[in-house]
Design a protein around this ligand. Sequence first.
Ligand SMILES: C[S@@+](CC[C@H](N)C(=O)[O-])C[C@H]1O[C@@H](n2cnc3c(N)ncnc32)[C@H](O)[C@@H]1O
Length: 324
Amino acid sequence: MTTSGGSSRQPPRPLPGTGAGSSTASPSGSAVRKPLSPALPGFPPALGAGRDREFEFTASDFEKVRKLIHEHAGIALSPAKQDMVYSRLARRLRACGDRTFAQYLTRLERDRSEWETFVNSLTTNLTSFFREAHHFDILAEQLKKVAEKRTIKIWCCAASTGEEPYSLAITACEAFDSLNPPVQILATDIDTAVLAHGEAGSYRQERVERLSPERLRKFFLRGTGDQGGVVKVRPELRRLITFRRINLLEANWSVQGPLDAIFCRNVMIYFDKPTQYGILKRFQPLLRPDGQLFAGHSESFMHAADLFRSRGRTVYQRADTPLR
Ligand SMILES: C[S@@+](CC[C@H](N)C(=O)[O-])C[C@H]1O[C@@H](n2cnc3c(N)ncnc32)[C@H](O)[C@@H]1O
């Protein structure tokens, strides 16, 4: 549920198109996190000691979860994430009727259909419109320089709830001064719940509060009636984007190059360096020689200097192309 920081407004209704394990916004309106599991009435919130918890969760259960999510999604959970894992998965235990984590993990081994929700529960989906805004200015300059008549292709490979690919679509419309720019955006993520949210293209008003009135007017439709407090992206913007599930760890991405830009922001931070390197190695041939790779503010690909060269401000170009 979204809360509006310190204000007396009523909590808004849930958005349509958000599934189980979907995201919520923080009081600042910019954070998207999984809901925490509430404490049982009469019990303190689960902290540290196993005896305080609703479900038995041993150190070996935690190690197993860490191993499974690392193997399957590349996500390297630090030992400090024990409480987070408990909170996120306790909801699944309740829903499945399991009494201990050991029981749930046995279920996971047997039931492939539970995997999707398991992974969705453990991803972190923090995002916002025009997050790290300078990247969109740099992309706009790149788009304006494309002289040939061709379709420009952008891959947003950790799209979360859609704010990033829609920011890319807005940037493209503005760069070409058209609601029908020659741009295709592929928006992918491992988490099917956030992809469903992105596909629906509906956001609570607070999520778009920092956009200029002009952008709001041009690219969003305001909900009325029971959709009051919700905005929806215009269909023209939605048409520029294809949403698809892709696990960056999987061998076959089915992504058609050559790409003008890859937005891979704030996801590599969850992977260890060898995993990052393996992914960067597969990005390189997909990117056009004059293409750009955009990383998150705290991510650095210096360990892959043979593949990508920094252009500053967490933007990279292929290392096998002349410095531009
Ligand atoms: C913190 S969000 C970043 C969202 C957006 N790129 C941004 O910077 O605002 C990280 C996203 O990476 C996704 N993710 C995690 N592991 C992944 C994987 N192995 N393959 C694809 N996406 C993954 C998560 O589901 C989550 O939506």
